[in-house]
Design a protein around this ligand. Structure first.
Ligand SMILES: O=C(O)CCC(=O)C(=O)O
Length: 299
């Protein structure tokens, strides 16, 4: 597997500061040229593979998550490329300023939106924690544009400055009633969307599918949205890059996350060694997931 970040220049302190300021003031910030052409085509190929092994995505059609949208999760059990997705150097550099030391990867998903999909309800990604505002930054999502994001194909809708609102949006309010802008950006861009920012996927009124990833991070003291520590097969987890292990939770964050009061990795290495990158159970897990999807659609 090539290292897709080998040729990526470092973000300067000024660039990091600018993204931090944009995120604090308007709730979002866009980084163009963050994913190069080879990385984009490798990710496209991976999405095609997912369609083959788990057709239609991992969750059944539903109003909030969409009727023509394919969302795959548990991606760290899939191709090795997902390990790189979790640790984009520009993303990590900005997030360490936004979420603080010890932040975690919270959930990795796809948002592959087909033609005819209606606009998603406007929401905030940290509503999952149900904490009153204002509160410290708990969540920051990153939207990976694998295609150009346009007004027509469902670019994410954002309410600029809503990260400073005193309350979360009402779930019953129709998306059109919010004063949104489209997060227009060229393929290869990554946008930060703060957990308090009002947003939702736009309607896809084009004839093409909009391909995107949503890679979401949280403050190190919050529970991860996806059960990544249990979900990733432990032997495989121990073969991941240290940086990824750290943000999955294999690093103590201000006293939280220990095993036997020690860095969890010490005990994990004792139990599982330094890892086995091969995944004999992957096919079985994909078959089980297909079966579960099939029966949930029949019921
Ligand atoms: O796909 C998008 O543009 C936004 C996705 C989103 O906000 C979500 O799924 O919660």
């Amino acid at each position: 597997m090539p290292n897709y970040y080998q040729a990526l220049p470092e973000l300067s302190a000024d660039e990091i500061g600018q993204h931090q300021e944009n995120i604090a003031k308007q709730g979002f910030s866009i980084m163009e040229n963050a994913i190069d052409a080879d990385f984009l085509s490798a990710l496209q190929a991976e999405l095609e593979l997912l369609e083959e092994v788990r057709p239609g995505g991992d969750i059944p059609p539903a109003p909030f998550t969409g009727f023509h949208t394919r969302r795959w999760f548990d991606l760290l059990n899939d191709g090795d490329i997902w390990q790189q997705v979790g640790i984009h150097p520009w993303v990590l550099a900005v997030l360490s300023q936004v979420l603080g030391d010890g932040f975690l990867l919270s959930t990795m998903g796809t948002a592959v939106i087909g033609p005819g999909e209606e606009a998603q309800g406007i929401h905030c990604d940290d509503m999952v924690y149900m904490l009153p505002r204002p509160h410290p930054n708990l969540v920051c999502n990153t939207m990976w544009a694998l295609d150009d994001f346009t007004e027509e194909n469902g670019a994410t809708r954002i309410v600029p400055g809503s990260n400073l609102a005193e309350t979360d949006p009402e779930a019953t309010q129709p998306p059109e009633s919010f004063d949104t802008i489209g997060l227009k950006m060229p393929a290869g861009s990554i946008a930060f969307v703060l957990g308090t920012t009002y947003h939702g996927a736009g309607a896809n009124q084009s004839n093409d599918t909009r391909y995107a990833l949503t890679i979401n991070y949280c403050n190190g003291r919050m529970r991860q949205q996806e059960n990544l520590m249990l979900g990733v097969r432990q032997e495989r987890l121990m073969s991941f890059p240290t940086e990824l292990q750290d943000i999955l939770g294999l690093k103590i964050c201000q006293g939280a996350g220990h095993i036997f009061a020690l860095d969890p990795r010490e005990e994990m290495i004792r139990r599982y060694g330094t890892g086995d990158a091969q995944d004999p159970y992957l096919e079985r897990r994909n078959a089980l997931r297909r079966e579960a999807r099939g029966s949930s659609e029949q019921s």
